[in-house]
Ligand binder design. Structure first.
Ligand code: 0O2
Length: 207
């Protein structure tokens, strides 16, 4: 079988796919428990929305090409951290770090890497906190640690990232360059707005 076909098969209809979906379910449940626990303690929702997805074959190929890697399943598993991904939209910036801190302390989670694009936004203006985690899934043949990328962001960061994502498909076009700069400026506004909203919430908390 051609390597690219094997990659497609492994990503779409295979044991890896099933295990990946299990890892997503487990992390989503962990996030729900954190949200229930925190909202009981502080009287408001900390996580507004969360969802997971397996990276598509097309997106995996694109990323392998971008990174100059072979189009094989082993290259994908070894080098891409977001084949299995979960995203959580948090209410405020400090909630993001609260959720991350709780997850990091859990004994059945391994934290492999933190990418803090809130503290240091990407050149594009992109902001989010990424945690590369390993989650144990118990199967009949034993425990398997699955790598999952968790992206934590506010609703404003998400709003920005979704529009930026649309622009990324139009990169290379003349008009895209100008919009790129406009979006980068918007990212700064998003950062300012998030910080201001958090300050106001803290003032309200004190009343
Ligand atoms: P998609 O379609 O969302 O899955 P590296 O750490 O550089 O070796 P990688 O994986 O490129 O490897 O890291 P990075 O930059 O942390 O990107 C991981 C994911 O974060 C991306 O996955 C996006 O989901 C998101 N992301 C990163 N930068 C941007 C950005 O500038 N704009 C937007 N909208 N999202 C971004 P994918 O596979 O690129 O995309």
């Amino acid at each position: 079988m051609k390597e690219s076909n094997r990659l497609k098969e492994n990503l779409t209809d295979s044991e890896f796919n099933i295990k990946g979906e299990c890892a997503i379910s487990l992390l989503l449940t962990k996030l729900d428990i954190i949200n229930i626990d925190l909202s009981r303690k502080i009287g408001r929702n900390v996580i507004q929305m969360r969802y997971g997805r397996m990276k598509t074959y097309e997106s995996t190929c694109k990323k392998l090409k971008k990174k100059n890697l072979e189009k094989t399943f082993s290259a994908a598993v070894e080098n891409l951290t977001d084949l299995i991904g979960v995203r959580a939209i948090c209410s405020y910036v400090d909630d993001i770090y609260k959720v991350a801190g709780i997850l990091e302390k859990q004994k059945d989670i391994r934290l492999l890497r933190v990418k803090d694009y809130i503290d240091a936004p990407k050149k594009s203006g992109y902001q989010s906190l990424h945690l590369i985690l390993e989650i144990p899934i118990s199967f009949q043949e034993g425990i398997q640690w699955m790598k999952v990328e968790l992206q934590l962001r506010t609703a404003a960061m998400d709003y920005w990232a979704n529009l930026d994502h649309q622009l990324r498909y139009k990169k290379g076009k003349k008009e895209a360059k100008l919009i790129d700069e406009e979006l980068r400026q918007c990212a700064e506004e998003v950062g300012k707005l998030d910080r201001k909203m958090m300050e106001i919430r803290k003032k309200i908390d004190k009343i």
